[in-house]
Design a protein around this ligand. Structure first.
Ligand SMILES: NC(=O)c1ccc[n+]([C@@H]2O[C@H](COP(=O)([O-])OP(=O)(O)OC[C@H]3O[C@@H](n4cnc5c(N)ncnc54)[C@H](OP(=O)(O)O)[C@@H]3O)[C@@H](O)[C@H]2O)c1
Length: 252
């Protein structure tokens, strides 16, 4: 069978990554999914075993990322699209987080995306085509009490995506960033608070998929959550800090 398109989704064993993998596999893509738990990857693969290929990987390990990147290129020859989705959630007050925890979150959420991207990026530049999607979060729009190091890393990812968009267009590489609202996944199942406009991972994956062909930089949803957040993020500091202090209460 001739392979038409190849997508690599990091963190494809659960949540949004899993639903994206299913969707892409029904649409002519060979889908490589990676993550640390092989049993979760296998569960995703079972939806479409010929099209969804699991590859065990810890994104915080650069050597592991290089090994898997080379394996994909050796087997398929190209990657059309890389979706940098793997992340861990570490919300809470900054003062409660120790440096070991900070290092762990940065290693996965920020360096992990870069580790997975670096080899593919060189290949994309060489072939003058490619598509990169960074999964970030609106938690990184502006300083937010309780967003912890998770918010810090997501802010950095959005910055990285913006810079990449600007720098890689000359290589004909399209860069998009995704800012999802609350999506029901193992990540958010930990949240104790009521999540406004909570969406299913299937719906989130569809929203992302439907925007692939567009030239929009930012893919965001749902509008009724993200528009107010965008509005807050452009307010002058004094008003922003006043409103957020009164709107968001964090214990500790
Ligand atoms: N759910 C939401 O409301 C929401 C909102 C905004 C943004 N996001 C973003 O959406 C993306 C997907 O999150 P999700 O909600 O679908 O959560 P999820 O189900 O917990 O998915 C995260 C995936 O990342 C993988 N992962 C974590 N650490 C890894 C590591 N060191 N190496 C390789 N893979 C690793 C996990 O697999 P293993 O544990 O098996 O490695 C898991 O499959 C994340 O970037 C998240 O920040 C989610």
């Amino acid at each position: 069978m001739k392979i038409k398109k190849v997508v690599w989704i990091t963190g494809g064993g659960t949540g949004i990554g899993k639903e994206l993998a299913k969707l892409f596999s029904y649409k002519d893509y060979t889908v490589i999914i990676s993550g640390r738990r092989l049993e979760k990857l296998s569960e995703t693969s079972r939806y479409n075993p010929k099209k969804i290929i699991p590859m065990k990987l810890d994104v915080s390990n650069p050597k592991d990322c290089l090994r898997v990147s080379k394996k994909i290129y050796n087997r398929y020859g190209f990657i059309d699209l890389i979706i940098l989705n793997a992340a861990i959630y570490s919300p809470g007050s900054i003062k409660e987080i120790n440096t070991n925890e900070i290092k762990k979150v940065v290693d996965v959420n920020l360096l992990g995306q870069i580790n997975c991207l670096s080899f593919a990026l060189e290949k994309m530049k060489d072939s003058s085509k490619g598509h990169i999607i960074f999964i970030s979060s609106p938690a990184g729009y502006r300083g937010l009490p309780g967003a912890g190091m998770y918010g810090v890393t997501k802010s950095a990812i959005t910055f990285l995506a913006e810079t990449s968009r600007l720098e890689f267009s000359k290589f004909n590489i399209k860069v998009q960033v995704v800012h999802p609202g609350f999506v029901k996944t193992p990540m958010t199942d930990k949240n104790q608070f009521k999540m406004p406009f909570l969406m299913s991972p299937e719906e989130a994956a569809k929203r992302i998929f439907n925007k692939l062909q567009s030239n929009d930089f930012e893919i965001f949803f749902p509008k009724r959550l993200i528009y107010p957040m965008k509005l807050l993020s452009i307010l002058p500091d004094k008003i922003y800090f006043f409103l957020i202090k009164n709107l968001v209460k964090v214990s500790g």
